[in-house]
Ligand binder design. Structure first.
Ligand code: GLP
Length: 241
C-alpha cells in the first residue's frame, strides 16, 4: 500500500522524509534502520544531523543496515557508500560504530560476506527501510531482471546504472561493474518503507512502481505488495502518475 506525498521543492521532500524517519527513531530508541545512499537522501541526512545537533535525538541504541556497496573499491575510496554514509550521517551523530552494518566491496570471500549479511538481516528486520530509485526502476542495486526471491547478493550493474552514476566518478570506466546489494526479500521484510525520488528522470520508474504491472523487469513494482510504503516525491518525479 502506497502513501504518496508530492511537494514542490527538494527541501519539502527532505522535510517530510525527515519527519517519517525521526518518528521511527523517537518512538523506538532500539529501532533497526535500513539506510540508503545516492543524491536523493542527502537532504534527509542533513536534517537528521541538524536535529541531532539541536535536539540531541540519540542514535546510541539504534542499529543500521545499509542497502548496498560497490564491488572492487575499498571503504576509504571517496565514492564508496561507506564513505558516503560517514560523510553524510554516521560521523555526525552518536551511533556506536559496532551498530553500523554495511555490505562490503572488497573481501577475500564476497559471497560468504553476503550470506552472513543476509542472516543478520533475517535476525534483525528493519523497522524502516529508506530507498531511492534508479531511473530503470532498480531499488538498492536490484537491477531489472533480478528475481524477487533474492536475499543479499552480488549483482552485475546495468550500463544505464553505470551511466547514471558516472557523474560521481572521473570517467565511465571508473564506475564499478558490480555491487553487493540487499535483495528484494530483504527490502520487503522492513515494517515500513520510505522511498524518496525527485526529478523528471525518475518519473517513468515511479509510474511503473505505482501503476504498472508487478514484474521483475521493473524491480520497484514489487513494492505494490508491501503493506506500507511512504513515497515522497517532487512534482517532476510524480509527473507520469
Ligand atoms: C544507486 C543506488 C540506489 C539509489 C540510486 C539512485 O544506483 N544503488 O540505492 O537509489 O542510485 O540514486 P540517486 O538518488 O543519486 O538518483
Amino acid at each position: 500500500m502506497f502513501e504518496i506525498h508530492v511537494f514542490d521543492t527538494y527541501d519539502q521532500v527532505s522535510e517530510k522524509a525527515f519527519e517519517v524517519m525521526k518518528e521511527v527513531v523517537v518512538s523506538n530508541p532500539r529501532a533497526v534502520l535500513g539506510l540508503a545512499t545516492g543524491s536523493s537522501p542527502v537532504g534527509l541526512y542533513k536534517k537528521l544531523v541538524d536535529d541531532f545537533k539541536v535536539n540531541r535525538t540519540s542514535y546510541k541504541t539504534i542499529t543500521t543496515y545499509n542497502l548496498d556497496e560497490y564491488v572492487g573499491i575499498p571503504q576509504e575510496h571517496e565514492q564508496s557508500y561507506y564513505t558516503f554514509m560517514f560523510q553524510n550521517f554516521f560521523a555526525h551523530v552518536d551511533i556506536p560504530h559496532e551498530n553500523i552494518h554495511m555490505p562490503v566491496g572488497i573481501s577475500n570471500d564476497l559471497k560468504a560476506y553476503a550470506d552472513a549479511y543476509e542472516l543478520e538481516l533475517q535476525k534483525h528486520p528493519q523497522d524502516i527501510q529508506l530507498l531511492g530509485i534508479g531511473s530503470n526502476g532498480h531499488i538498492g542495486f536490484n537491477e531489472p531482471g533480478t528475481s524477487f526471491d533474492m536475499g543479499t547478493h552480488i549483482v552485475d550493474l546495468k550500463e544505464q546504472t553505470r551511466i547514471d552514476n558516472a557523474r560521481f566518478f572521473a570517467s565511465l570506466d571508473d564506475v564499478p561493474t558490480q555491487a553487493m546489494t540487499m535483495g528484494i526479500q530483504d527490502i520487503l521484510r522492513a515494517k515500513k518503507i520510505l522511498l524518496i525520488a525527485t526529478g523528471e528522470k525518475k518519473a517513468k520508474a515511479i509510474a511503473g512502481m505505482i501503476e504498472g504491472p508487478i514484474s521483475e523487469a521493473v524491480p520497484c513494482s514489487i513494492l505494490q505488495k508491501h503493506p506500507h510504503v511512504v513515497v515522497v516525491l517532487d512534482k517532476e518525479a510524480a509527473k507520469e502518475l
